[in-house]
Design a protein around this ligand. Sequence first.
Ligand code: MF3
Ligand code: CO
Length: 257
Amino acid sequence: MVVCKSWSELEKMHEAGLIVWSALEKMRTMVRPGITTKELDEFAEDYSAEHRARPAFKGYRGYPGSVCTSINQEIVHGIPSASRRVKEGDILSMDFGVELKGYFADAALTVGVGKTAPQREKLMRVTRESLEHAIEKVQPGNRLGDISAAVQDWVEQNGYSVVREFVGHGIGTKMHEDPQVPNYGVPGQGPRLQEGMVLAIEPMVNSGGPAVRVLDDDWTAVTADGSDSAHFEHTVAVTNKGPWILTRPREASGPVW
Ligand code: MF3
Ligand code: CO
């Protein structure tokens, strides 16, 4: 069942979303060769506490971290570790969500560490652009398949593949609500988008094939072929004024990350 939110609920979700956004913006400035993923996790945990928010991932189905940190061939759900240092040229996905006053927000971005190879820059750019194309489809009356197809088309036109095993999701008073938001689909199909629906749209894009493997830690999803992967996410509300990106400031414009 898809739950639509009132305007005052969307404002609460935006409050949560701004905490997620500002934490991730700070974390992106902290990323440099030698930093451990644990340091980023600790920052996010402290930042949440300072803002009276709860890190939404911690304890979710036993997940041990406050953020997911996924490097290079890791797609999503990488577990922060004090022994994992990022190095020059790596690409790092940072995924973070909080609960504030009973409402959730969830977002992610992928950043290069120091100077990164052009192929990796392109993978990150195309993945971010696929999210931007998807967000443009967040309009009342459109269909969920319009969003999914926008991601898939842009990704495949650029020679990459979308992951099938993990999907975006509705979000609100729970981190995961209906509907599922796949990164592949057919325009004009699926449920109609209505005012007040809120979707966490999160393209996961592999530079090689789409297949996924989960490591022995039972969390870290990696590409089966060892190719690089990138991930971007925003929490977006359907409104009669167009898409409202709840995980960034209202006045923001330009690239979504
Ligand atoms: N953005 C991811 C999601 O929506 C993060 C969840 S990680 C988990 O599913 F550890 F909480 F599962
Ligand atoms: Co999510």
